[in-house]
Design a protein around this ligand. Structure first.
Ligand code: NAD
Length: 312
């Protein structure tokens, strides 16, 4: 199988590439990534001499590059995005460029060459939920420019599925954690600050709730969607592991044998969503996927990875 992975130098895309080539060494992967925030070449250093892996540094808005390579692939999995909510609040424009216009460019190419696309989206499109969990069919209520850009991309995709009858699937996942995540995101930030005994900033009261999933479990779910997903469908992906931000910080500090005195409360994020939650029974039943890594195991793997990185 020939796959194009867009945004493969980032946290989740690189994990997906490593997982696929480990399981299917004969697959051919072309990674198209612009090398923006979140990207890290070292994420895929181990594939340097792998003949079945190729990297092209390019923006997904470069239609010449897309049109040269898309005709030769079996499917495209789009991870490329500006992904940090705080950055979307201080400057939304790059989010429209990558997350909306970038998806439009990919859609135009797959329309021409009739290729399969998986769009990697997020639970944030549903906005903040006081209770219950969002189903695939629930309506969108994005709060941040990041969430709105991802929701806009989904709306555009839905219109292309309906109008042009394209082979596209959308996945929406909860907050990922694991090795190789960019250090400004919550869990790596806690770990890296704790290693240096630096004060760990916590927004507001720290009572906001996020639903966490180990990145390897998310990538396994994406494999199920790639091989068995149904054309035109969307799939929610969650490990149903909800914790307040404060709880997860305290849990990590305990595992690292660091003092809770490192916790430092800061003014709340603008428009900070209280809680995200997804119901993932559809993918669990129809594609027989389930998460395999519980929070304790996943956090241990993650903490050890960052500790190892510091030692190198
Ligand atoms: P990341 O920020 O670590 O990586 C994003 C990658 O996309 C980077 O390598 C960047 O260079 C690349 N990129 C951005 N704009 C580009 C463009 N215009 N052209 C080419 N490459 C571009 O992000 P991540 O955490 O790995 O997230 C990957 C995807 O998963 C995103 O679409 C994100 O919305 C989605 N997602 C993330 C999470 C999470 O918890 N991290 C949860 C649900 C969904």
């Amino acid at each position: 199988m020939n796959l194009i992975i867009t945004g493969g130098l980032g946290f989740i895309g690189s994990t997906f590439i490593l997982q696929i080539l480990d399981k299917y060494p004969k697959f051919k992967i072309l990674n198209i990534d612009a090398g923006l925030i979140g990207s890290n070449k070292n994420n895929l250093q181990s594939l340097k001499n792998n003949k079945n892996y190729k990297f092209i540094k390019s923006d997904i808005n470069n239609t010449k590059v897309l049109e040269k390579h898309i005709p030769h692939c079996d499917a495209i999995i789009n991870f490329a995005a500006e992904s940090h909510v705080d950055r979307s609040i201080s400057g939304p424009k790059p989010f429209i460029h990558s997350n909306v216009l970038g998806v439009y460019s990919i859609l135009e190419s797959i329309r021409k060459y009739k290729k399969k696309l998986i769009q990697v989206s997020t639970d944030e499109v549903f906005g903040s939920l006081r209770k219950g969990s969002a189903m695939e069919t629930d309506s969108f209520n994005p709060a941040s420019p990041y969430a709105a850009s991802k929701a806009s991309a989904e709306m555009l995709i839905k219109s292309y599925i309906t109008t042009y009858d394209l082979d596209i699937m959308i996945t929406r996942c909860t907050n990922n954690y694991g090795p190789r995540q960019f250090e400004e995101k919550l869990i790596p930030k806690i770990i890296c600050y704790a290693i240096k005994n630096k004060k760990i900033p916590v927004y507001g009261t720290g009572k906001n709730i996020r639903d966490w999933i180990y990145v390897g479990d998310h990538c396994n779910a994406l494999q199920k969607v790639l091989f068995k997903g149904k054309r035109g469908e969307s799939y929610n992906i969650s490990a149903s592991t909800e914790l307040t931000n404060l709880k997860i910080i305290k849990k990590i500090l305990k595992k690292m044998q660091k003092s809770e005195e490192l916790i430092h409360f800061t003014p709340d994020r603008l428009g900070h969503d209280y809680r995200y939650s997804l119901d993932s029974s559809k993918i669990q039943k129809s594609l027989r996927w389930s998460p395999k890594t519980d929070l304790d195991k996943g956090l241990d793997l993650t903490i050890n990875w960052y500790l190892e990185k510091v030692r190198k």
